[in-house]
Design a protein around this ligand. Structure first.
Ligand code: NDP
Ligand code: GDP
Length: 324
């Protein structure tokens, strides 16, 4: 029997890769898209993956519970993946209330719509390593206490505990993936990896001379989005719902990531990077490093794409885009 999945945030990086994975597995994919006057732009990532005409897109917004209930009633999903969010940490200080409303309460709206209109559906919440923030343990696992350092992270903590609460209160098969940073050629340009790969390419092509960055001593546990959406799907295939850290177990500085990207183009990063305090954050997360042991053991999940390979793939994709 064909399974149906509803994905919020389908137009984002993870939404595109998850759609591709689920289509490959024979799912009917219904994606929630917020209305915009910019026609045709919404599906650009799905077009890049060649799947834009294979998913059904429906109008909806995480701020509007009524439309989410209607979407669940119409789609009768087997699985619901809540990926929608105001997902950029830096923007969350400028739009804290919107971030709370979409990233935090928005997740609760999706859970409510499920409870009311599709209580048998399995639910995935896109939790984040940013919840660990000012880390309380050197290596973070499912049991590490949270210490959110931004309005974004605080909103994600609310959504995370709402997911746990709906599982415990209503018996909903609700799982939460505490995903560490994951990137790809479809990552938004404002995030540091993509800003660096795109910026290095512009320098290589003579379109720019420098790349302005903030705290390049920050360290992240970076993986590839294609690997990470597989973990999301695996969580919903388990008999029991749960919370899972999804990470590589390796942490790298922004500085080192820059070196990898520039070197792939035959450039020296040190000659082009300019530190610009405009990109410093009111409070930063200095280091993240995850322990994915539970995902390895329970889900048999292993990341397949390493950092160097991923950065090179991103640089090559940006090179192709700029040349086109
Ligand atoms: P993106 O920023 O690429 O995508 C976010 C998605 O949310 C977009 O489709 C966006 O739509 C949608 N969205 C934003 N506001 C609303 C709204 N009000 N109503 C409906 N949809 C909305 O994020 P990623 O794909 O990278 O991440 C997916 C999820 O995983 C997010 O929740 C993110 O916070 C979380 N996460 C991501 C990590 C990462 O490293 N990528 C790490 C840990 C968690 P539009 O296209 O219209 O803007
Ligand atoms: P985040 O972990 O979700 O905040 O992902 P980002 O890719 O936005 O940022 C990762 C780290 O890179 C953070 O510690 C930032 O402070 C640091 N960083 C340094 N310079 C920049 C920059 O110019 N842009 C962004 N987005 N991050 C930067």
């Amino acid at each position: 029997m064909t399974k149906t999945a509803v994905i919020t945030g389908i137009t984002g990086q993870d939404g595109a890769y998850l759609s591709a994975l689920l289509l490959e597995k024979g799912y009917r994919v219904v994606g929630v898209v917020r209305r915009s006057s910019h026609e045709g732009i919404a599906a650009h990532r799905m077009r890049w993956l060649g799947i834009a005409d294979k998913v059904k897109l429906v109008d909806g917004n995480l701020a509007d519970l009524s439309c989410l209930i209607r979407i669940m009633q119409d789609a009768q999903p087997d699985e619901v993946y809540n990926l929608a969010a105001q997902s950029f940490v830096a923007a969350s200080w400028n739009q804290p209330l919107l971030t709370a409303q979409i990233t935090g309460t928005g997740a609760l709206n999706v859970l409510e719509s499920l409870r009311i209109a599709a209580p048998k559906a399995r639910f995935y919440q896109a939790s984040s390593s940013e919840m660990f923030g000012k880390v309380q343990e050197a290596v973070q696992s499912e049991t590490t206490p949270f210490y959110p350092r931004s309005p974004y992270a605080a909103a994600k903590v609310f959504a995370h505990w709402s997911t746990v609460n709906y599982r415990e209160s209503f018996g909903i098969h609700a799982s939460s993936g505490i995903l560490f940073n994951h990137e790809s050629p479809l990552r938004g340009l404002e995030f540091v990896t993509r800003k660096v790969t795109d910026g290095a390419v512009q320098i290589k092509l003579g379109k720019a001379r420098e790349l302005r960055l903030g705290n390049i001593d920050a360290k992240r546990d970076w993986g590839h989005a294609r690997d990470y959406v597989r973990a999301m799907w695996l969580m919903l295939q388990q008999d029991e719902p749960g919370d899972y850290v999804v990470a590589t177990g390796r942490t790298t500085s922004v500085r080192e990531m820059c070196r990898i990207a520039f070197e792939h183009l035959g450039l020296n990063a040190d000659e082009h990077i300019v530190i610009d305090p405009a990109f410093y954050r009111p409070a930063d997360v200095e280091i993240l490093l995850g322990n994915p042991q539970k995902a390895r053991t329970n889900l048999n999940w292993h990341p397949e794409i390493g950092l160097e390979e991923m950065i090179r793939e991103m640089v090559d994709a940006d090179l192709k885009r700029h040349r086109a």
